[in-house]
Design a protein around this ligand. Sequence first.
Ligand code: ATP
Length: 426
Amino acid sequence: MKNTKTQKRKGEFIHFSFVFLAPWRPLQFVNLGALAVTIKRTHNEKLADAPIWSVVRLRCIIMPMKFLTISRVSKTFDAAPVLHDVSLDVARGEIVCLLGPSGCGKTTLLRIIAGLEQPDLGQILLEGRDITPVPSHKRDFGLMFQDYVLFPHMTVGENIGFGLKMHGWTQTKIDARVEELLALVDMAGYENRPVYELSGGQQQRVALARSLAPSPRLLMLDEPLGALDRTLRDQLLVELRSILKQLGQTAIYVTHDQLEAFAVADRVALMNAGRIEQAGTPETLYLHPVSAFAARFMGMTNILSGTINSLNPPAIETPLGILRIAAMPAHLRPGDALQIVIRPEAARVARRASAGPNHLTLTLVNRSFRGAHTLIQLAGPGEITLAFEIPGLGCTARPGEQVHLAIDPDAIAVLERTSDAQRDAS
Ligand code: ATP
């Protein structure tokens, strides 16, 4: 095969590109990608005496450095595959949540990132450097688990300062750090209290302070609030996010609870049977779930099959009639089969039936008042069931009665991917 260089004509630039780290530490959050469009082919006689800038060009492209890269990680336990080719990036200062049902591999992935488990295949890169073989204690990562209990015979201050003492900090420095962290977790003045006198929420604050004490490069939290009741968990989640953001702390948070993930994360990686089903901001996952699995995990059960009726306006033919939607993915054509999800807040109860698009008449199966909304479950033709949240007391029909609904096109999303049946079922 011909060398591409020999195909170049005289006078043409030859491109070389390479990437290197910024040499100055405060700048090391970027890659300096020097794209050197170098060396005009100098055997051109006329160029031999040309000034250097006419034959050499150097451009510097500054690219944000991925702080942590999980690259194509796979793991098998006892011949059972647990992680399949998982890749994910985490930016500096970002809080990424690993979300998914029990057994999907969240903790295994977290343990691989922490260095507590080795992947069979793939790498973990930190600021571009492969840390896969680096032992856990040399990674400077912090861990906080649900059952990461405090030492009961120690005071709050001793618990927080324990790791710092192991690292050889002086007592004066430890005391100052403990005071700083207690103020951060809103427990100033608690340093001499024994931990058994604390409430569950206070113990979790101390555990957080302890994991933050050595300023870990990455903080990993595995269901840290799982043992707390919902109200306390909601309150602590808001505080936890605010503390991590205040510190600019990069964190990976594991949970099976979608509301918890949305409350704490900048970005969520939804896992399904050892794979990343979808990664994105909470808004993206909620507004544009890519598959039926993702939609169901976000609490959306109104999934319908249909075919494209029209591209302009975008409309779908479903067993319930024509539904207009806000936007159609560009690659789809009229007649294509697809699945859609209708979000639970999409429906408004109408006084009377209408034949127009996005108007449905369905039979009420169940109605349950939930405070801010009324949950209604409805049946349509062909054993289709749908559920909607109607604000306040917005539906007063009784089971068996017909309900007329108008569906908001903005609240219908096309599912771009069909999860394979086995993964979907798990
Ligand atoms: P949960 O939310 O219930 O903690 P998870 O998503 O964190 O679940 P993992 O704990 O990563 O899931 O487990 C994934 C699968 O790997 C499970 O089937 C589990 O039984 C298996 N597994 C995890 N660790 C081991 C191990 N050390 N040896 C054998 N199997 C394991």
